[in-house]
Design a protein around this ligand. Sequence first.
Ligand code: ADP
Length: 496
Amino acid sequence: MSKQDIYVRVKWLMIAASMPFYLFGSFWGGIKPPAVYAIGFLFLISFINNLILQLFAKRKFADYFIYWTLMIDAALSIQAVYFSGSIETGLIFLPSIFIFISGFIFSPMATIFYGLSMFLAMVSTFYMEYFGYIPHFGHSIKFASEYLWMQVPFFMDILAGIFMLYMFSAFASGYLNQIVKENLIRMKNSVREMNNAKKMSDEANLALTKSKEELEKSEQMRVRELVELRASLEQKMLLRTVELEENRRAILHMMKDLKDDVNKMQELDRMKDEFISNVSHELRTPLTPLIDYASILAEGLVGSANEKQKEIYNSMLRLSKREVILINSLLEVSHLKSGSMAINKVPLELKQIVVDAVKDFTKEAGDRKINLSAEENGNIPTVMGDENLIARLVSQLISNALKFTPEAGWIRVKVFVENNHVRVEIEDNGIGIAKENINKIFHKFYQVDSGYSRKYGGMGLGLAICQQIVSLHNGKIWVESPGLGKGAKFVFALPI
Ligand code: ADP
């Protein structure tokens, strides 16, 4: 509430409250005509001033107009007091109202000053009447003497009362105003704080809304990204699946081709074996009589032959016999492979077979100063096998060792048991085998080096025959060699 508001309201209240007294005093009371006009004039001016203040409360000049009004009111109230009986009238309380109001408009000191000024103005009016400078307008109290007011004690009492009344008004108004001001300031502060808090909460709300929106936006983006990622992954997976399916089909196709090829090769191999077998057979048939004829000629049973002729016949005999051995080997391989060879499995003493075979080669080894020895460890159990084939196997391996071991070398044959198998090892310190050839030497017709082969003779069939024999007995055969020139160890194992 502004100063004007307070002032205007208090004055309306004052005017309204004073009106009945004024009317009562003017018509029935003792208020004399000059006082009636003066007070009426005071009401009118007060009323107009109040109206102006109310109507123009928002205007700048209203602030100054208050001071003007207050001054006018003060002057008019003194005039009203004067015309209504001065020191004798009850209206002397009237200025205290303006003093009280001034507390809301001026500072406390200014209010006291205002109160004092009012008092002095009042006192000077009274004294001017007292000393006869201005006329006295008589009192309204019928029962009192006309000159009572001129008595000094009465005068002093009234003055002291007026002084106290005005000062009390000034102090009360200043004090009240102070309280009101403080409360107003406090209220203003709390309103400001509330406004600040509201502003802050509004800002926080705004920030919250903003961050919520941002969060929603980023969430939407993430969701979109994820959806895209999933779609691309699915597409990739689909592509991969298609590729894999194609690869699978291609592999299946290749496997089928390979299988066909293997089948074809197996068929060709079988046809080749059959062909070799037939050819060998056909080749061997005329060789037997040829050998017979050559030996008849060499022995001179159909007429004597000279030395030159004998030599030729013997040569024919030797070559034919070698051819027969070769053809027999060929036939042996194909028989073994095709399974057409009748095998007769019986319990075999491998130790005995090895000892016999070593014996067969003792002379040849001795001739070449090769140390051929047999060695067996402990009790060797029997194995099921075809005696001729196993003997052939051992002989072939010893014969190879002899063939590929230089003079003054050694060959050791061992028989022993390991992992439920009887093992036979034929070890020599001969020419050895290079690593890359170790897996090839068991192939048919394979010879490590044709130079060597020519030097040592042979057809590359011996080891192939050995392998066939071992596999017919469900055994295993392999070779170990540290390398060329470092000897070789052929091992075969037959299940007990
Ligand atoms: P070949 O009739 O040529 O001896 P094999 O099948 O018996 O045929 O042997 C195949 C090849 O294995 C031989 O040519 C030889 O190179 C190699 N070989 C076999 N036994 C031995 C050995 N004890 N030491 C070194 N090489 C050997």
